[in-house]
Design a binder for this molecule. Structure first.
Ligand SMILES: Nc1nc2c(ncn2[C@@H]2O[C@@H]3COP(=O)(O)O[C@H]4[C@@H](O)[C@H](n5cnc6c(=O)[nH]c(N)nc65)O[C@@H]4COP(=O)(O)O[C@H]3[C@H]2O)c(=O)[nH]1
Length: 650
């Protein structure tokens, strides 16, 4: 016979807070409980029911099982029993949980107020009734009551407590989720003694957990699955594809011009665009497919149960077509587009990681080829990555070991052939691979922080060269230097230029900076501000590759521009595209209209030269006159009285 003591800490704490004298202790064996609630305080809601200490001194919580034992105990005097009953009734009625005691035949003996209120039962109606009988009294809960009969039997048969979750509909609408426990009690001879049912309302906890789960697995802007959930779905889909032998496709998507929309129309419109894109993407796939937002303007689509890869290209085409349709966002008509990279399981990788990596390579190619396209991954793309990495590694080394130099291509006055200056173009002579063209290594540098080091190096070298020529007595010609997109957007650009001008003492009027039309148009406000500051520093500005981007002419007049450089493509195709002369003429008029000079690049023949002269371009450069030359050769050319007559066009 164990001698238990109940420490009614919880009750005492509550009682003392309320100023109630309260004793709660356990006196002897057989779980007879003595306690006193001087006032029947209904709202005393214990979170636990105290503790029980066994003879060995170990403590454990005083459980509802103990309570049930206690209620069934028939030891003590009639007065003891009356007190016990009063206390227990008060206690269980105060509980915000379902509590119900049943006899060996599953007939209700005691149910607390919470139970009766929940099931709209009258306190007299339930006694001695089974769940099935009660369901006839409260038909709304019929299903619950029927299940209740079944679970009662399960607890009896298992001969141990069982617990499960159950959703109970509410008469007033909605439903609640309960965590239900059933504890069967047996006599010494093993026969059934009674059954306790306890049910705790866990609806809030469940909803909160579901909310947290949703937040952790979905993108808050579009409500699409996020990267975490997408990877889970991919793992499941891969397992399913392995089992069924079906194909699966992964499409990585990158929104075109998203940054532009954000920069020119503001973030709220950018957000609207992302939401609208999410909606359109969902409309392009089946319900069983997954569309996710992986971050920024990057989306992914998982197509399962494909019979062949054609299915993936059909979806990619549908998506590209759909996203290319204009979006009406907050009174703005926004035109976007999307590029895609596709991998197929099992052909392009055994797991999610490889499929994602390879889809990214395919996407890279699509973006490089002008966007609004899709590509399937092919093994050579891996080779391209290896090449890129090798170039990046070697370029890092080249910058540290002086393998780079600048060459200068003369800028020629179209009117009289005079050399007006030069465009500085970087050259790399690799010790093993020979000359590597800038069109190969500049884009690689652009993708890493190397472009800032390279860009700074070019600017510094060009300024130093200007000063060297100055000290050699060469006339003060203007040298133009290309700025790459990442370099132009770098917050340190202006400070870098200032410090180079200061360091070299170069006259800013001799330095021209070239940015492409596309750079200028991306983040228009920022571009205008940077260009104005450059102008204030005394530098001049040229817009390179003009005619290949999508400048709004209206924007152009806000740029402080000194020169428009007509892209070489207009010269190359001159004979084949008669319309080119009209375009060149328009650009010349436009340039002159905003007070800028007009340069035409890529003059290779005498015919091209005379065409451009007729179209009133101001200056030109091209192989017809000269390729980009080492500094000394350029200097020699400049010093010649009539370079083209003596040397002839190159
Ligand atoms: N077919 C043909 N080509 C001609 C002719 N005349 C000039 N070119 C080439 O056209 C390119 C003109 O430079 P870009 O448009 O700024 O285009 C440049 C520029 O965007 C970039 N780049 C070159 N050097 C630098 C640099 O120092 N910094 C940055 N950021 N980019 C550079 O690489 C691009 C290619 O440079 P390059 O290979 O030096 O190629 C140069 C030049 O050699 C011609 O008559 N026919």
């Amino acid at each position: 016979m164990a001698n238990h003591t109940i420490y009614g800490n919880q009750h005492r704490a509550l009682a003392s807070r309320r100023g109630l004298p309260l004793k709660c202790h356990h006196m002897s064996s057989d779980f007879s409980v003595q306690t006193s609630f001087p006032n029947s305080e209904r709202d005393i809601v214990p979170e636990s029911y105290g503790e029980v200490t066994d003879c060995a001194g170990s403590k454990r919580p005083f459980s509802l099982e103990d309570l049930a034992e206690a209620i069934q105990s028939d030891t003590g005097s009639a007065e003891d029993l009356r007190l016990q009953k009063e206390w227990l009734t008060t206690l269980i009625d105060a509980l915000p949980d379902i509590v119900c005691f049943k006899d060996a035949n599953n007939r209700c003996l005691v149910a607390n107020r919470f139970y009766l209120d929940l099931f709209r039962l009258d306190s007299n109606d339930y006694v001695n009734r089974t769940a099935q009988e009660l369901s006839r009294q409260s038909p709304f809960y019929e299903r619950f009551m029927t299940t209740c009969g079944t679970t009662d039997e399960q607890a009896w048969n298992d001969r141990r407590p069982i617990s499960f979750e159950q959703t109970i509909p509410l008469l007033e609408g909605g439903e609640k989720i309960f965590d239900i426990q059933k504890v069967p009690l047996f006599n010494g001879d093993g026969g059934r003694k009674g059954l306790v049912m306890i049910g705790r309302d866990v609806t809030e906890r469940k909803l909160a957990a579901a909310r947290i789960h949703h937040l952790a697995h979905h993108d808050s802007l579009t409500s699409l699955p996020n990267r975490v959930l997408f990877q889970e779905r991919m793992r499941d889909a891969l397992a399913q594809a392995r089992r069924s032998g079906c194909m699966m496709a992964l499409l990585l998507l990158d929104l075109d011009k998203f940054k532009e929309v954000n920069d020119t129309l503001g973030h709220p419109v950018g957000d609207l665009l992302l939401r609208a894109v999410a909606k359109r993407l969902l409309s392009c796939v089946r319900e069983t497919d997954t569309v996710a937002r992986l971050g920024g303007d990057e989306f992914a689509v998982l197509l399962t149960n494909l019979s062949d890869a054609d299915g993936a290209s059909t979806v990619a085409e549908t998506i590209i077509r759909n996203i290319a349709e204009p979006f009406g966002l907050d009174d703005n008509e926004v035109v976007s587009g999307v590029s895609a990279g596709i991998t197929i399981f099992p052909d392009d990788g055994p797991d999610a990681q490889d499929l994602l990596k390879n889809a990214d390579l395919a996407l890279y190619r699509s973006k490089n080829e002008g966007r609004g396209r899709y590509h399937f991954y092919v093994a050579e793309m891996d080779q391209e990555v290896q090449n890129r990495k090798a170039i990046e590694r070697d370029l890092r080394h080249a910058l540290a070991t002086d393998q780079l130099c600048l060459h200068y291509q003369p800028l020629v006055d179209l009117e009289n052939g005079a050399i007006l200056g030069a465009e500085a173009l970087v050259r790399w002579f690799h010790p093993e691979r020979g000359s590597i063209p800038p069109s190969i290594f500049i884009p690689v540098a652009e993708r890493s922080e190397l472009i800032f080091r390279l860009g700074r190096w070019v600017l510094l070298r060009a300024c130093m060269q200007i000063q060297t020529w100055h000290s050699q007595g060469l006339p003060p010609l203007q040298i133009s230097v290309n700025l790459s997109p990442a370099q132009f957007r770098h917050p340190d650009l202006l400070d870098t230029i200032r410090s180079i001008i200061e360091q070299t003492g170069v006259d800013p009027a001799q330095l021209q900076l070239e940015i492409t039309e596309t750079i200028a148009m991306t983040n228009f406000d920022y571009s205008v501000q940077v260009l104005r500051e450059m102008r204030d520093m005394g530098l001049s500005i040229a817009i390179d590759d003009f005619g290949t981007g999508y400048s709004s002419l209206n924007y152009l007049r806000h740029f402080p521009v000194d020169k428009l450089k007509i892209d070489r493509s207009f010269v190359v195709d001159f004979d084949h595209h008669p319309g080119n002369d009209a375009i060149v003429r328009a650009i010349v008029n436009l340039g002159h209209g905003i007070g800028a000079k007009v340069n035409v690049e890529g003059i290779e023949t005498a015919e091209q030269l005379s065409f451009m002269r007729d179209l009133a371009c101001d200056e030109c450069q091209g192989f017809y006159f000269s390729r980009a030359l080492p500094a000394e050769e350029y200097a020699r050319l400049v010093t010649l009285a009539d370079p083209w007559v003596q040397d002839g066009p190159k």
